[in-house]
Ligand binder design. Sequence first.
Ligand code: PLP
Length: 279
Amino acid sequence: MPFSSLNFDIKESHKLSISPFDRGFLFGDAVYEMILSINGRCIFLNDHLARLKKSLDSIKLNLNFKEKNLVDEIKRISNLNDNPFQAIYIQISRGVQLARNHLPEENLSPTVFITSFKINNPSDRQKGISALLKEDERWLKANIKSTSLLANVLSKIEADSEGHEEVILHKDGFLNEGAVSNLFLFINDDLHTPSLDANILPGVTRGKLIQSAEADNINVIQRIIHISEIDDAQEVFMSSTTKGVIPVVKIIGSDFDTDHPGDLTSRLREIYLREIYQA
Ligand code: PLP
């Protein structure tokens, strides 16, 4: 039976309930994190906590508890749910407000929800995905890990309905990221990825992969990338906490079409897998 925590009270997940007046429910006035847990160890926990803090600061949400309490609760949930591979989900909303108003009342008590989802072993064989090039219709603050994800949800539905796993979002001719992942291209053996001034989430996996690639003497270039550059890419992959390196073999709306994941992508994936097992 899975266990979850609501406001630091742990119960079996199906026994939890939340007020419909929660601002997360009414306005999407909430931020979240997703952390990979392998055999009870939370991988890159400090990087996720640092990004959570940035998201909270960006929406001016002040916590009324210590970070240590949050960390202890995350570890408790990770240990109670004894799946070897879990995604630990943390959501913090601005709290419950009975009089619906866009303007938050002062001194609300944030709602803190932590749960765990069983996931596949990130080292399971990856045969490569197909992705759909699509106009980015999201808001302009994709750097905040907000729960307001309607545009991402609609993009995933569209991709899925056409038999693809992910979208590659672009705006004004330039590439951003996927609906649930960051984007990388190998061009002339160099690794290119949209820079953080594109409208993207600063992915924890993205940051770790840049470090791993540089340590492996791969030249990494973070820059604004034109959509047409996909046509000439040697290899393309996407990245996320739960799936690690995700090779892309076909991109609908471009000339990029290969039979199988490329060698450079596979090598970086192996390096990354070693790192998460050792972290
Ligand atoms: N970009 C978006 C829009 C995402 O939703 C995610 C993950 O959920 C990522 C990128 C990858 O971020 P991370 O590597 O921190 O999981």
